[in-house]
Design a protein around this ligand. Structure first.
Ligand code: GDP
Length: 197
């Protein structure tokens, strides 16, 4: 897919105030600092579309972008930021659950996983929660340039093996680096194919 246009539309705390659900929608989520903003900017080919923030976990908003006048890209606030209070965390959970379960035009959620690490409980828990809610998702292993290829694929395999303990079928996964600009085409082609269905 060629990105001809990418524009920021609106940020909301309430899924009901999101843009009219008249276009297919793809959401991106992951632990704070996983590289979500960088990935969104790489996909859209715009350096500052999503903010790469210095204070992770601060923006607790559902951010909508319009791509090619044809689909919505949604930047969801990250989870697992230690300095967030209990009440902020509950607010996040409620907002995310409502959005993910009720947004009718949501086609797919891309869950970002930091490829530098061995499987993390928080990511696995979030994914299993998506399963319970029956929300379609894929995995994006980020920051692949930070490790050797061997280490990255070891971590990816370990993560998928962990998922196999709970899941009969594994979702597709992507491996990305915004430094080396890898994984972009694969994700955009995947979205293009879903949009064509
Ligand atoms: P977010 O909090 O999930 O939106 O994460 P950011 O996109 O702000 O990235 C967090 C940090 O990781 C920043 O310092 C980025 O420059 C860095 N980062 C993000 N993606 C990559 C990547 O693919 N490779 C490397 N080496 N660093 C990355």
């Amino acid at each position: 897919m060629i990105i001809k246009s990418a524009e920021y539309l609106i940020s909301n705390v309430d899924w009901q105030k999101c843009p009219r659900p008249n276009l297919p929608e793809y959401a991106f989520i992951g632990r704070s600092n996983v590289g979500k903003s960088s990935l969104i900017n790489m996909l859209a080919n715009k350096e500052k579309l999503a903010k790469t923030s210095g204070t992770p976990g601060k923006t607790q908003l559902i951010n909508h972008f319009l791509i090619n006048q044809a689909w919505y890209l949604v930047d969801l606030p990250g989870y697992g930021f230690a300095k967030v209070s209990q009440s902020q965390r509950r607010q996040w959970e409620q907002m995310i659950e409502n959005y993910l379960r009720k947004r009718e035009n949501l086609v797919n959620v891309f869950v970002l996983i930091d490829s530098r690490h061995t499987p993390q409980k928080l990511d696995l828990e979030f994914i299993n929660q998506l399963g319970e809610w029956q929300v379609p998702f894929n995995l994006v292993f980020t920051k692949a340039d930070k490790n050797t290829q061997v280490e990255t694929s070891r971590n990816v395999k370990a993560f998928l093996n962990k998922l196999r303990e709970e899941w009969e079928f594994l979702p597709a996964h992507f491996i990305t680096s915004t430094v080396k600009k890898t994984g972009r085409d694969a994700i955009l082609t995947f979205i293009e194919e879903l949009n064509a269905q």
